[in-house]
Design a protein around this ligand. Structure first.
Ligand SMILES: *Cc1c(COP(=O)(O)O)cnc(C)c1O
Length: 363
């Protein structure tokens, strides 16, 4: 917490709007939509809830397939399963570590020929970096497949000057405790379509039809955000630029320290993109660095410094073993060699230096 979060939370508390609706929810939605440059926003209980609703809004039905990135957090693929659809995992490219547009095109051409086109593309902006939306956006328009953006990790990033979340027909964000801004838990769905945001709010409040009694013609969900948490979110949003500044600063410090070191490299920044550097991920090539990713992680652990392997790709997860996958070697290598280094907004330069000294000792 960096700003007015406490003050806004107490305001919400004192107003007695202790509910999954209220003035802070409305204000958070309006301020958030403004910030990401999309007309409408719905504040929800989690990013996963936002993804689930997004899939329903674009018309995903049981048995449909949905194309997504293999290199992501399980929540992306879980949401596809909640919609009773089948995830198809596309590998990353080396320039962004996000969905490879060439593999996406190849897959859509093949499924069009075979008459089994996916119902949606769910592209993930991984660890604070936008996809190549120039390519992916054009491909989705050409094949007339709706594009959903999982921007849960990428609030504050841009691509070609446009904010993460402004590229999809719908985009989803997360305010889970570990994200760049947090409400302890929460999410946001944004879309240029007024009818979709209205439907998202409807589905998120148990799909109550307009009637004096409780009338339902659809299955709904309990997915709305609390007014208390929205108040925290408003305070956090005001400090977003400061969070991005700090995280990019951590990345720059690691980058500078590793200059000239063999066998250690950092996640690239996609041309035209400005990553939020939500996390700094290093790739450790054991043949050049001398030890492998796990040895580095364990040494840090011995010094009471937490680090974590990069996401294990979804096509390698037991729970998704029966799903279709396109490529996979890139995300597998990122997982084998990738280590998320301490990246939190509140890290001090002494703490960063401590991490760097431990790494230096391994060379
Ligand atoms: C965190 C995350 C989510 C889920 O958000 P929650 O708010 O935790 O439900 C979805 N996708 C990605 C890529 C994430 O990192």
């Amino acid at each position: 917490m960096l700003g007015r979060e406490r003050q806004l939370l107490l305001d919400a508390f004192d107003s007695n709007w202790i509910a999954p609706l209220g003035p802070h929810v409305n204000a958070f939605e309006a301020e958030f939509a403004q910030r990401v440059g999309v007309a409408h926003a719905a504040a929800l209980s989690s990013g996963t809830a936002a993804l689930h609703l997004a899939l329903l809004l674009v018309g995903v039905q049981p048995g449909d397939s949905v194309v997504t990135s293999s290199f992501t957090f399980a929540a992306t693929a879980n949401a596809i399963k909640y919609a009773s659809a089948r995830p198809v995992f596309i590998d990353s490219d080396w320039s962004s570590w996000n969905m490879d547009p060439a593999l996406l095109r190849e897959y859509l051409e093949r499924t069009r020929r075979e008459g089994r086109m996916p119902k949606a593309v769910l592209a993930v902006d991984i660890v604070g970096q936008c996809c190549d939306y120039q390519s992916i956006g054009a491909i989705c328009r050409e094949f007339e497949v709706p594009l959903i953006e999982d921007a849960a990790e990428a609030l504050g990033a841009t691509f070609q000057g446009r904010p993460a979340g402004s590229f999809g027909d719908i985009a989803c964000f997360s305010f889970n405790g570990n994200k760049i801004i947090t409400t302890s838990g929460g999410g946001m769905l944004v879309t240029p379509r007024a009818d979709w945001v209205a439907q998202a709010r409807h589905l998120a409040t148990q799909a109550r039809d307009p009637a004096p009694h409780y009338e339902h013609t659809q299955v709904g969900y309990n997915y709305r955000m609390s007014n208390l948490l929205a108040a925290i979110g408003r305070g956090q949003l005001e400090t977003l630029d400061e969070h991005v500044r700090r995280r990019r600063g951590h990345f720059a410090a690691y980058e500078q320290a590793f200059e000239g070191w063999a066998g250690i490299s950092l996640m690239p920044e996609i041309p035209g993109g400005r990553s939020s550097r939500w996390l700094t991920i290093a790739l450790i090539d054991p043949s050049k660095f001398g030890v492998d990713r796990e040895a580095v992680r364990k040494r840090l652990e011995e010094h009471n410094i937490e680090s974590r392997p990069a996401w294990k790709p979804m096509h390698c997860q037991p729970v998704f073993a029966d799903c279709e996958a396109v490529g996979g070697a890139v995300s597998e290598q990122i997982f084998a060699q990738g280590l998320c280094l301490p990246s939190g907004s509140s890290l001090t330069s002494e703490q960063l230096n401590r991490v760097i000294r431990v790494l230096e000792g391994l060379r």
